[in-house]
Each structure stands twice: as C-alpha cells, then as structure tokens.
Write a protein that binds this ligand. Structure first.
Ligand SMILES: [Fe+2]
Length: 98
C-alpha cells in the first residue's frame, strides 16, 4: 500500500490503488479527520483568544464534515463493513437501554 501516513511523503504510486487499498486509505483518512478535530479542540481549550476560537471552531466543523463525507464513502464502497458498524451501533443502543 502506498504510504499515506507520512505527511512529508510526495510519493505517487505508479499504479492505481486496489479496492482493498482504497478502503484502507479511506479508513486512515477518517482517523486523520478525528485526529485533527481533537488537535483543534485541544488548542481551543488551551487559550481564551477569541480569534483562535473563531477560526478553529470553523475548521473543526469542516473536519467533522470531512469525516462524515469519508464515512459515507466507506459505507458505499464497503457494505460488508457497514453491516458490522450497524451491528455495533445496535449493541450500544441495547447496552445503554439496560
Ligand atoms: Fe479534513
């Protein structure tokens, strides 16, 4: 699989990704969006600067949109995985109702 984890990588793979590689890359992208959200929220919690809060709130909302878009793409490309996610959601609902 091409190296997506290194932000300094400028490597472009010589071939198109396989379906498995695409799914792996999308999952990595979703994780990266949540990581970015966490970073911006931590920065905001570390300062009272209103300009920082305004800009990072907007960026954080964008990252949430990106995470949602990537998750939707994952749902479409991998219905098998989606069934597992839905199963986990149902289990959580059942556990919370106990
Ligand atoms: Fe993003």
């Amino acid at each position: 699989m091409p190296e997506f984890a290194d932000i300094h990588s400028v490597y472009t793979p010589p071939k198109k990704l396989t379906d498995v590689e695409i799914l792996r890359a999308i999952k990595f992208g979703i994780a990266s969006e949540f990581e970015a959200i966490q970073l911006y929220q931590q920065i905001m919690e570390s300062t009272d600067n209103p300009d920082v809060h305004k800009v990072l709130t907007d960026i954080t909302d964008d990252e949430k949109h990106h995470a949602g878009a990537l998750y939707k793409l994952l749902q479409v490309l991998s219905p098998e995985d989606e069934q597992q996610y839905l199963h986990g959601m149902q289990e959580a609902i059942e556990n919370m109702s106990k």
